[in-house]
Design a protein around this ligand. Structure first.
Ligand code: SF4
Length: 300
């Protein structure tokens, strides 16, 4: 049986950058605080915890010593977090992914110009909390066509954005449905300039660009072990893509969740993961299977 680790899997550059920030700061100070887990992957979080990175929330700010270093992860934060850190004299290490910063800036610009901002995303996802934050929490967050049609006020000039890790197909469907609705309203409308609608596809290329290679990898192997944190939204999107191509795909968080039964009768096993899955974790899974699978079969 051949076991391959997907050479195109692993951290996106925004996450690599945030981890570099954390590791560099930890060389200078024994303790750095991360606002929320730096990444949706407990194995990597544990590794960094061992180096001195401690996960906290904004509610912990009053307990921190003045001058403590607080790292903002790749997802970004709302403006209120920066104000709170300032209030308690904390030093911000801003590792917000530049792609996310750009989306925040664009949303703010449209909002300040009077647009109704609609975000295709998950309301409580940390990135979306940051995006909502730049609109003073006025943005409408939706996840489906139905929700969009129900919540959007078509009498207002509207702009649609996306959380960076959502799927392109649904974004396209929502855009088409909203455009259609606006067109319907414009027919016979006197004040048609109010029905202005713009769609800005802000899905990150690091996520959407992976689709093609991932599909090929999923098809090229008998079974797929997909490694990602259960909280990773990018992990869910990519796993669905894998599953579409290869129904024999299994989602695991670490090597202990691998069931050797899955591997029976397969000649090739592919190990891949989300943009938040470290390469070392996938290699560890490969080594785990190599070391234990034969022993398990012999005991069958
Ligand atoms: S997926 Fe894209 S936007 Fe998100 S952290 Fe990675 S590079 Fe940045």
């Amino acid at each position: 049986m051949e076991i391959r680790v997907d050479p195109n899997a692993g951290f996106c550059w925004g996450v690599v950058r945030a981890i570099d920030f954390a590791e560099n700061e930890l060389k200078k100070a024994p303790k750095v605080y991360s606002l929320g887990d730096i990444i949706h992957n407990s194995a990597e979080v544990n590794r960094l915890n061992g180096l001195g990175l401690e996960t906290i929330s904004v509610n912990d700010f009053p307990k921190l010593e003045k001058g403590s270093k607080v790292l903002i992860r790749a997802h970004g934060e709302p403006p209120s977090t920066y104000r709170e850190a300032d209030k308690y004299g904390l030093e911000i290490i801003d590792a917000t992914c530049p792609v996310v910063t750009k989306v925040q800036e664009r949303i703010k610009k449209f909002f300040d110009n009077g647009y109704q901002v609609v975000i295709f995303g998950k309301k409580d996802h940390p990135e979306v909390i940051g995006l909502r934050g730049v609109t003073g929490d006025k943005a409408i967050v939706i996840q489906s066509v139905e929700e969009a049609l129900e919540k959007v006020d078509f009498q207002k000039p509207t702009v649609l954005f996306s959380q960076t890790t959502m799927d392109r197909e649904t974004f396209g469907k929502i855009t088409a449905a909203l455009k259609e609705k606006v067109k319907d309203l414009q027919i016979g409308s006197i004040e048609d300039e109010a029905n202005k609608f713009l769609a800005k596809n802000t899905i990150c290329g690091q996520v959407s660009g992976r689709d093609k290679k991932l599909r090929e990898f999923a098809k090229a192997n008998d079974i797929i072990i997909f490694a990602a944190g259960k909280k990773s939204s990018n992990g869910k999107v990519l796993f669905n893509i894998v599953k579409e191509e290869n129904p024999q795909s299994f989602f695991v968080e670490d090597e202990n969740e691998i069931q050797f039964e899955w591997l029976k009768n397969s000649d090739s096993v592919g190990i891949t993961g989300a943009t938040s899955t470290p390469q070392w974790l996938m290699e560890k899974m490969r080594d785990y299977i190599l070391q234990n699978y034969k022993i398990a079969r012999l005991q069958d």
